[in-house]
Design a protein around this ligand. Structure first.
Ligand code: ATR
Length: 299
């Protein structure tokens, strides 16, 4: 009997060299001893629709991941198709696709970022969603949408969401688009006060990337000042994972809050795609966490 065709999944983005996905999926393929491959593909915006047309036509191609800047455009392309494709409800709600796979003869666009966010917290701060009453979200970009949708699913009926963003109008547009009736938008001026009364704070803004504890004027960064206002019994998490313990998380820990770093979100968001392409649901283990940390020079 002829060997079955070796399935090759992909991650597309522009740029793509920074992606940790080949490392993650390559590790799982080896761990579970599967015949398959996963490759990074540099796809420019002007090449995207032709890439997707080829993918749709090639029924042997299992699918892959989509990263910046293509997540919204892949959603848009799938919406414009008249047959052979489908969007999951969450990808439709977020208007962004990070995972493509085949199911029942269709090419499916899904979004697993919110799943990755919530699963990471389940893993590292079990019970985190038990008493979510006062949620504070910092940032209102693409990543924030997925985080907010996941929190919206897990929150209790009485819990409120406060969203702080440098550009409040962008946060308001997000609230309107996701139809969040219980969310209120604020500017950075309110950040410290809101953090003081929150029981769950997540940083989704890129402000944490490379941010030092103090800014160039010697003042505490707003994220650090906010974290310092948190207290015992609250949970702080950051979707930025380089450095692993961001200044925001360090300050929250010093203030007595429970902290969860963002690396697990990257690992957990990869799980549903791998299962769809290769048929095995992979586990997020300390080994894979260490592998990615080593590759990033963070070990
Ligand atoms: P992503 O898709 O990773 O979320 P994004 O859509 O560019 O990236 O969003 C980045 C987020 O970080 C936004 O909330 C952005 O605030 P604005 O909506 O006001 O742009 C926030 N951000 C980026 N740089 C910032 C800075 N220097 N100070 C405060 N917020 C910042």
């Amino acid at each position: 009997m002829a060997d079955p065709v070796k399935k090759t999944a992909f991650v597309i983005g522009d740029p793509i060299v920074q992606s940790k996905s080949p490392l993650i999926h390559g590790h799982w393929l080896k761990t579970y001893d599967l015949q398959g491959d996963y490759k990074a593909r540099h796809v420019l915006p002007e090449e995207l629709s032709s890439f997707l047309e080829h993918l749709l036509a090639d029924e042997t191609a299992p699918g892959g991941n989509v990263t910046a800047p293509h997540k919204e455009e892949v959603h848009h392309w799938l919406v414009s198709q008249t047959s052979g494709t489908r969007l999951t409800p969450i990808a439709r709600r977020l208007k962004a696709v990070n995972t493509l796979y085949r199911q029942d003869g269709e090419l499916v666009g899904d979004n697993t970022d919110g799943f990755g966010f919530a699963s990471n917290l389940d893993d590292r701060a079990s019970g985190w969603d038990g008493e979510l009453s006062n949620i504070l979200i910092i940032g209102a970009g693409g990543a924030s949408r997925a985080v907010i949708a996941a929190l919206d699913e897990r929150r209790g009926p009485a819990s409120s969401m406060q969203i702080v963003n440098r550009t409040p109008a962008r946060a308001q547009a997000l609230v309107d688009d996701l139809q969040l009736s219980h969310a209120t938008v604020h500017s950075f001026e309110q950040l410290i006060e809101l953090a003081g009364s929150a029981d769950f704070v997540v940083n989704t803004s890129s402000l944490g990337m490379g941010a030092t504890e103090n800014n160039i004027t010697g003042n505490k960064s707003p994220l650090v000042a906010a974290a310092a206002a948190m207290g015992p019994g609250s949970v702080a998490t950051d979707i930025v994972y380089s450095p692993l313990m961001t200044p925001f998380l360090v300050a929250a820990e010093q203030a007595g809050a429970e902290t969860v770093d963002g690396l697990g979100m990257l690992l957990h968001q990869a799980v549903p795609g791998f299962e769809a392409w290769f048929g095995v649901r992979p586990k997020v283990t300390p080994q894979i966490r260490q592998l990615v940390l080593n590759a990033m020079g963070l070990a």
